[in-house]
Design a protein around this ligand. Structure first.
Ligand code: NAD
Length: 404
């Protein structure tokens, strides 16, 4: 049913597929009163429908990594915080929010001591809080860089939500700050810990569809009526160009990890309708075409104004791998040459990334999705926008730092 609006969370929770379109119409994810272009952090009321835990967490491992959760919005409250109870080596040690009401309700529900509930003004005090080893940045994207850099200055490791930041310069600042502080930086690209995507990577590496010739990805949903003043996802300062950074990043990542290649050229187009407050500052659609050194081509589409889909397909010389939904929270479906594959429970991706990061912090094991990967992807996003702006194909020099 094209024409219905969904909140982003409800769409993706429902599997990110067209089947989800029976859900009820609703406005955007942020509360009214939010101003566009805000460079500062702000408190918001609790989102609707948050289920807070009723039971205390299990006993911790002696070397469990203590996390401060920075930003108590929809994704933190509904997806990530509830998964910490299943982590082998991580726990929530502190919370940071601009809303005293959220600090109290969430702090009480998670058993966070009163002196481990921080406002943004008190953020620097984390430096002397020995209970906190790492921070998890779950703020609007335009705020990631500054709050990650401040966390490094406080001597903490950083797990940062995707997309890493809105410019490659900000990504570089984050990486440099982490190195200076000798602390770890990981981007929360959950698909690298999700059984369907891991199996798809393995199959493509084994050439289960032969040599890859074509790849298509599409990440779209129809955003409800809103404006930059109401929803940070439509604010250029906080969300960049919009659907590509927020949702299309999954297709961009898939194109890289399924082909195992970096593109050598990109051509792109964007569309921003006039007179629609949702698209006063961001694009409605971003579409790009990539060519890889092997000769394979990819088409990537992301949209905030078309019926929902979360899709990836690879066509090779001997077969087809199809994923729909491809990178959702749950409900993944995957076929190889028409045969249904069920490699595991997508639900493990959330805690998988938490434990992976905790192991890197404690044992120094390599991070699969480091800051350099977030920088690589941000550079590709910049190339997409450059092509769309200039109307020219952008050629990408082979760069070891940008390996797929
Ligand atoms: P949200 O709007 O639900 O929450 C944002 C939080 O940031 C709120 O608690 C809000 O109070 C706070 N905030 C602080 N300053 C703000 C400001 N100036 N404007 C607006 N909010 C401000 O957003 P979300 O969906 O939780 O997204 C947060 C981050 O998580 C984003 O980086 C997003 O890309 C990422 N995310 C990742 C996934 C994933 O699957 N990995 C899914 C959803 C969101």
């Amino acid at each position: 049913m094209v024409g219905s609006f969904l909140t982003r969370r409800r769409f993706i929770e429902a599997g990110g597929s067209i089947a989800a379109t029976s859900l009820i119409a609703s406005a955007g994810t942020a509360a009214p009163g939010q101003t566009s272009g805000a460079a500062s952090v702000k408190g918001q009321p609790m989102p609707d429908g948050v289920k807070l835990p009723a039971t205390p967490p299990r006993p911790r491992a002696p070397d469990s990594v203590g996390f401060a959760i920075v930003g108590l919005g929809g994704y933190a409250l509904n997806q990530m915080m509830p998964r910490f109870k299943d982590a082998k080596r991580a726990h929530i040690a502190a919370i940071v929010s601009g809303s005293p009401e959220k600090l109290q309700r969430v702090g009480d529900a998670y058993g966070i001591p009163a002196n481990a509930r921080y406002s943004y003004e008190d953020y620097a005090k984390l430096a002397s809080d020995k209970r906190v080893d790492a921070v998890y940045i779950v703020l609007p994207t335009g705020l990631h860089a500054d709050w990650a850099i401040r966390a490094f200055a406080a001597g903490k490791h950083v797990l940062c939500e995707k997309p890493m930041a809105l410019s490659s310069a900000d990504c570089e600042r984050m990486i440099a700050a982490g190195k200076r502080a000798n602390r770890k930086l990981m981007i929360a690209y959950r698909s690298h810990f999700e059984p369907y995507n891991l199996e798809a990577m393995r199959l493509m590496k084994e050439k289960a569809a032969g040599d890859i010739r074509l790849l298509r990805t599409e990440q779209s949903y129809r955003m409800g009526p809103t404006s930059p003043a109401e929803n940070w996802r439509t604010s250029r300062a906080l969300a960049g160009g919009g659907p590509l950074e927020d949702y299309g990043i999954y297709g961009l990542q898939s194109a890289l990890y399924l082909t195992g290649e970096m593109p050598e050229s990109i051509s792109a187009t964007t569309f921003r309708p006039t007179g629609d407050p949702r698209f006063a500052e961001i694009f409605a659609h971003v579409s790009s075409q990539w060519r890889f050194p092997s000769g394979a081509v990819a088409q990537l589409v992301s949209s905030y104004d078309s019926a929902g889909i979360n899709f990836a397909e690879v066509r090779g010389t001997t077969g087809v791998l199809s994923m729909n939904p491809a990178t959702s929270y749950a409900g993944q479906k995957m076929q190889l040459n028409g045969r249904e594959l069920t490699p595991g429970d997508p639900g493990v991706q959330f805690v998988g990334q938490i434990d992976h990061f905790a192991n890197a912090v404690r044992d120094g094991t390599p991070i699969l999705t480091p800051g350099e990967m977030g920088l690589r992807d941000t550079r590709l996003i910049e190339a997409i926008y450059e092509s769309a702006r200039t109307g020219r194909t952008v050629k990408l020099a082979p760069d070891a730092k940008m390996r797929a």
